[in-house]
Design a protein around this ligand. Structure first.
Ligand SMILES: Cc1cc2nc3c(=O)[nH]c(=O)nc-3n(C[C@H](O)[C@H](O)[C@H](O)COP(=O)(O)OP(=O)(O)OC[C@H]3O[C@@H](n4cnc5c(N)ncnc54)[C@H](O)[C@@H]3O)c2cc1C
Length: 438
């Protein structure tokens, strides 16, 4: 891959021509460039930011890991530190953990965000038909053409291409050029800490600790280290400068070794921070301009679906004859991982009677039914993306929760039962509204 580096401003051409120009070299932009390169297309990949240590996707479901493997990305061969993951271990407050393994023994990949991108870039570097404009920012987008500013902002490069792909993340300029407003909905913040992996109770799984101010997700990113992600309510983001406040708030829900390891890590460095936002996945592009990854939409990272969904965008686009064909195939299943993520997040943080009852029904169903664990993991792993499948799972949970409330109603105040029923109605309404709209 010819690479025009940010330290060599004169090496940038004034004009360049490609079959496909990809705007954004995050995980999905790099995967898109690779998917097109594998079809023989000449690709120009433009990325504004040199490698950074920002907090982002680090758990890749087997679906996403399989797509990268098919594209020729080999973490071990590229000497990229990583660790396999066998599924999730959920730790409800004050009850035994629930283990949800991937169906068929499939494995996820845990890897630090910048190293995951490096793994794809190393594979891209061996593709002679890919040119990278590193450290360059796309400033204007039109059908068949983008204008790119060099890293020193002193010169402009014109890239012409048959297809423009916006892989430029949540604030996508390509999305704006298509006339779609951003307008992501703020949800919460994620504070990330690296600890020693041996502190995790279930080292081979993604550990989810519930019952604190927000869920905490902890998983290995290589054989020695684990990432702990604290979901922090928007009005408590000041904890980023107050580690003792953060640790005190989550202490009751964290196993002691995890808590102590976080304490040691936070004594040395502040947590990494990122905003969690929701933008519904609806716009995939048109007329020779496509959107992929977070530029299409994004959701709470609790279910770690962002990169797998984005990689599915990438390979679907590379196989499609037009942006319209791509949009139509992705629209059918693209919203299911997002609805699952937002639904599970609200289920885990909600405190009203309906949500509490539904949450207990989910725990009970996961504990008692192998079929429910199987269905949940197919949805979580982005293996099952049909809305009907999510609808059936959701309806079964509502029925189970209603039965629990009906059986317990004689022992509970009438107000509580009515509150729970109203809560179920809210959930049903939310699900119907979200799942019926594109
Ligand atoms: C805290 C947190 C934890 C997460 N955890 C997970 C997880 O465990 N698993 C998972 O699958 N997902 C996770 N996600 C989601 C995941 O990080 C995103 O879905 C993924 O990074 C999206 O990739 P992308 O390439 O579409 O966008 P981005 O990663 O945002 O990359 C966009 C790229 O475009 C570049 N760019 C932007 N504008 C321009 C421009 N004008 N010109 C040139 N370049 C431009 C940027 O420099 C950037 O490199 C998490 C997200 C957050 C916030």
């Amino acid at each position: 891959m010819p690479r025009a580096g940010s330290d060599e401003p004169d090496s940038f051409p004034a004009q360049t021509r490609a079959d496909v120009v990809v705007v954004g070299g995050g995980p999905v932009g790099c995967a898109t460039a690779l998917a097109f390169a594998r079809t023989g297309a000449r690709v120009c990949l433009v990325d504004a930011r040199p490698q950074s240590l920002r907090l982002g996707g680090e758990w890749l479901h087997p679906t996403g890991a399989g797509i990268l493997a098919d594209l020729g990305v080999d973490f071990a061969a590229e000497s990229i530190p990583h660790a396999p993951g066998r599924g999730f271990a959920i730790f409800p407050k004050e009850s035994d953990p629930i283990v949800l393994p991937y169906v068929g023994g499939e494995l996820a990949v845990g890897c630090q965000h910048h190293l995951l991108i490096e793994a794809i870039q190393k594979t891209l570097a061996r593709c002679p038909n890919v040119t990278m404009l590193a450290g360059c920012r796309v400033t204007e987008v039109a059908r068949g053409r983008v204008a790119v500013a060099t890293p020193d902002r002193k010169r402009s490069i014109e890239v012409t291409a048959d297809l423009v792909v916006g892989a430029d993340g949540r604030q996508s300029v390509v999305r704006q050029m298509l006339g779609h407003p951003g307008g992501s909905q703020p949800i919460s913040y994620m504070l990330g800490v690296l600890i020693e992996a041996s502190a995790l109770p279930c080292t081979e799984f993604g550990n989810v600790f519930l019952g604190g101010p927000g869920p905490v997700l902890a998983f290995r990113v290589d054989v020695n280290q684990a990432r702990v992600c604290f979901d922090v309510p928007a009005d408590r983001v000041a904890w980023v400068r107050n580690p003792s406040g953060l640790l005190a708030a989550y202490q009751p829900t964290l196993p002691r070794p995890v808590h102590e390891a976080c304490e040691r890590a936070l004594a040395v460095a502040p947590p990494a921070v990122a905003a969690n936002q929701w933008l519904r996945r609806r716009q995939y592009g048109r007329d020779g301009v496509a959107l992929v990854g977070d530029a299409v939409g994004h959701c709470h990272p609790l279910c770690a679906v962002g990169m797998s969904v984005g990689f599915l965008d990438a390979v679907t686009l590379a196989k499609s004859k037009s942006v319209e064909e791509y949009a139509s195939s992705r629209r059918s299943g693209g919203r299911v991982p997002e609805l699952l993520s937002m639904g599970l997040y609200d289920l885990f943080v909600g405190a009203d009677a309906g949500t509490s009852e539904l949450r207990e029904a989910v725990y009970h169903t996961w504990r008692s039914s192998a079929a429910a664990r199987h269905d949940t993991m197919r949805l979580l792993a982005v293996r099952e993306t049909r809305r009907a499948a999510l609808g059936v799972t959701f309806a079964r949970l509502l029925v189970a929760a209603s039965r629990r409330v009906a059986l317990g109603s004689v022992r509970r105040p009438v107000g509580y039962t009515l509150g729970a029923v109203a809560g179920f109605a809210n959930w049903a309404g939310w699900f119907a509204r979200e799942s019926l709209t594109n």
